[in-house]
Design a protein around this ligand. Structure first.
Ligand code: G
Ligand code: G
Ligand code: MN
Ligand code: NA
Length: 254
């Protein structure tokens, strides 16, 4: 209960900060988007990673307030970059299953976009496969409404959850982010490469671009290029960065 109160206080007192990790187009070497990743600038324990507080937020329902705050902070950041004349790329936001089931994410998005006067095409939404579980019409309707606003939908951590291929097709996702477990399997065996290639072929057949997550070596980039993967994200390119450090990442990486 103490930790819950502390997290609630953090949400209300501006202790959450966003870092941004670039996603790079493998054929041009340019940043195509950045993923917003939350951190807790804790007054005594330093900067805490999401794994130290997102699970508690999920359990307690604080994820609903936290999630709305993250959306607003990203919109505010985009407005700030625009005001400073920084070149803009879209930012992807992680949205939890509870947020989709218990709040009107489309409305929260449109409110923050309007408040900060941000173009909806600068926002992308990442959902894990578990968000798509079941056949909630409400969630499907919310996703369709969000897409109609001009916001792209991304499947996050693909391959680790219970994916329903028919749901992938029905919900018309724009981008498939393949979990880093598959990327780390690339160098070791030819079998890992064949599996990744099958995912890419399927995604392309369904009209989705493919992002390899967790890219840590040049060899992985070389293999992914040969497999016709579209985009990469990972520590080889860049760790998540505070907003003040994102300007230099906008030119070409390679
Ligand atoms: O930043 P890091 O790679 O440690 O993130 C760990 C996990 O926390 C990832 O699964 C990521 O999706 C999740 N996460 C990071 N930021 C957010 C956020 O703003 N909202 C939600 N719901 N999850 C987040
Ligand atoms: O689940 P999601 O994809 O949102 O999680 C993003 C998380 O992955 C963040 O915590 C981020 O720090 C982490 N991450 C990003 N790139 C790499 C990488 O190259 N290697 C590893 N091990 N983790 C990464
Ligand atoms: Mn993500
Ligand atoms: Na992911």
């Amino acid at each position: 209960l103490e930790r819950e109160a502390e997290l609630r206080h953090a949400i209300g007192h501006d202790q959450l900060v966003m870092h941004y990790q670039p996603r790079v187009d493998i054929s041009t070497g340019t940043t195509s988007s950045m993923e917003a990743l939350v951190r807790w600038a804790h007054p005594s324990r330093g900067v805490l990673e999401p794994l130290e507080f997102i699970p508690l937020a999920e359990e307690t329902g604080l994820i609903l307030d936290l999630g709305a705050l993250v959306i607003d902070k990203v919109c505010a950041q985009l407005a700030c970059w625009a005001q400073r004349g920084q070149q803009l790329v879209p930012v992807s936001i992680n949205v939890s299953p509870r947020q989709f089931n218990e709040t009107d994410v489309a409305k929260i998005l449109s409110t923050s976009l309007a408040r900060h006067n941000v173009d909806p095409r600068l926002i992308e939404i990442e959902l894990t496969e578990s968000s798509m579980m079941g056949d909630s019409h409400d969630v499907a309707n919310a996703l369709t409404a969000i897409q109609k606003m001009g916001i792209k939908l991304l499947v996050d951590d693909f391959g680790t959850g219970y994916s329903s291929l028919s749901q992938l097709q029905r919900l018309d996702f724009d981008v498939l982010k393949v979990d880093r477990a598959f990327t780390s399997g690339l160098e070791r065996t030819g079998e890992g490469n064949v599996f990744f290639k099958a995912i890419i072929t399927m995604a392309h057949a369904l009209g989705m671009r493919v992002v390899a997550e967790g890219v840590e070596t040049l060899e992985q980039i070389r293999i992914l290029k040969s497999l016709k993967c579209d985009e990469i994200q990972g520590f080889y390119i860049s760790r998540p960065l505070p907003p003040s450090d994102t300007q230099p990442i906008l030119p070409r990486w390679f």
